[in-house]
Design a binder for this molecule. Structure first.
Ligand code: NZQ
Ligand code: ZN
Length: 384
């Protein structure tokens, strides 16, 4: 196992009715800004629950944060916060609202052009405190330091990570997710699954606890994902999906092990170029990454085949191939197509993705830092 430092201070309020408790988590004299997306929280009653929990508090609102949140929109919130002296942010929505709010939190005290935080890795040295009321299980943003933001003007999708943007608390009430359409539930299952794979499916470093935790999350997604799609108001199935998605990317399974993230970096460029949902890009790229990198990932692919898919019999190569096929089939089964052609995207995207990865300094990806543009080309060629 490699050396590691683990720190995660996010307080989780899990379960039915927990929104009512947010008031005790926010300083009494805070000037609060509720941030939200395109209006789903108004349709499903989450907005009303948040407003009732904050009755009597000093509350402002900023709506309209897009899926794949836009830098241009977020900067309008920064302006409002600076003008009004707001000092606490409450993100109410999915990963895009949580990520967008993390960026706002870091941008408000930032001296200079906040785009530098994303484009030039300018260090974040302070951020406004924030909380999250999560309505879409997928990204893990509610319990991690990451934020992904898109600059609409230049079609660039970039990320930053900083311990300053850990939420102070996150509410995970599975009932707030009952209103999700099937497409977003499928997306959440695929995103969480791929997060685990990026941290697990590399090479063995004698970390059996991390491996077994990762395998448990994968197996839980495989058993509970289809249940919650079939019965969207089954509280227990949804609760298990919500907690799996949080555990998939809160840092715990990443400690002491190598990480890949090739699929995510290629996926971000596909979203920036074609507007695909984040999880759609992962469903397309992950099976091809596993196939092209199978020699490097051989031991873990065999372990994955055995422990996650319970594949017995056949040669090593057959077990590896079957495990990759089962991964693809699982994504398809939860309603997320896995080929570029399913989204009417042709091979002309390959040079465009590579050019953008090069522009963003992403030319040595993967756990061995050897996924260069030539390898990305092979991966994308297999995504057709
Ligand atoms: O905008 P509203 O009206 O709220 O509608 C949203 C949006 O249209 C809707 N939605 C959310 N909760 C709902 C709901 N509709 C009905 N009922 C509910 N309860 O769902 C749509 C998608 O929302 P979005 O927040 O964009 O989805 P998701 O949570 O999948 O977030 C995706 C973003 O997170 C980034 C992605 O790149 C993408 O920008 N990621 C963030 C990560 C992180 N912070 O660690 C890691 C991930 O790998 C990912 O990159
Ligand atoms: Zn993701």
């Amino acid at each position: 196992m490699e050396n590691f430092v683990f720190y995660n201070p996010v307080k989780i309020l899990f379960g039915k009715g927990q929104i009512a408790n947010i008031t005790t988590e926010i300083p009494v004299d805070a000037k609060i800004l509720i941030t939200y997306g395109g209006g789903s929280i108004k349709a499903n009653g989450v907005y009303d629950q948040v407003k009732s929990a904050l009755v009597g508090r000093n509350v402002f609102e900023f709506g309209g944060i897009e899926p794949n949140p836009h830098f241009e929109t977020l900067m309008k919130a920064v302006e409002l916060i600076r003008k009004e002296g707001i000092d606490f942010l409450l993100a109410v929505g999915g990963g895009s609202v949580a990520d967008g709010t993390k960026f706002i939190a870091a941008a408000v005290p930032f001296v200079g052009d906040p785009w530098d935080i994303l484009a030039n890795r300018a260090p974040v040295t302070a951020a406004l405190p924030m909380g999250v009321v999560l309505t879409l299980p997928a990204t893990g943003s509610e319990m991690n330091t990451n934020s992904v933001v898109t600059k609409w003007e230049t079609q660039e999708k970039l990320f930053f990570a900083s311990p300053f943007v850990f939420p102070k608390f996150s509410v995970l009430d599975p009932e707030t997710t009952f209103s999700l359409p099937p497409r977003q539930i499928g997306n959440g299952i695929v995103d969480a699954f791929t997060h685990v794979m990026e941290q697990y499916l590399t090479y063995p470093v004698n970390a059996p606890l991390q491996d077994r935790m990762a395998e448990s999350i994968l197996k839980t997604l495989i058993s509970e994902g289809p249940k919650t799609l079939a019965n969207p108001t089954d509280y227990h199935a949804r609760a298990n999906l919500v907690w799996s998605a949080t555990m998939a990317l809160n840092g715990l399974i990443a400690v002491g092990v190598p990480q890949d993230w090739t699929t995510h970096m290629i996926g971000h460029e596909l979203t920036a170029l074609h507007g695909l949902d984040h999880a759609q890009t992962l469903a397309i790229v992950l099976p091809s990454t596993l196939t092209i990198r199978r020699d490097r990932k051989w031991q873990k692919l065999l372990q994955y085949a055995d422990r996650v898919w319970e594949i017995v019999g056949g040669s090593e190569a057959e077990r590896v191939n079957t495990a990759i096929t089962k991964t693809r089939d699982f994504f398809e089964s939860v309603g997320v197509p896995t080929h570029l052609s399913d989204y009417a995207i042709g091979s002309e995207t390959i040079p465009a993705v590579i050019k953008n990865l090069e522009k963003h300094g992403m030319t040595a990806l993967g756990e061995n830092k050897d996924v260069n543009p030539q390898v990305v080309e092979q991966i994308l060629a297999l995504c057709a």
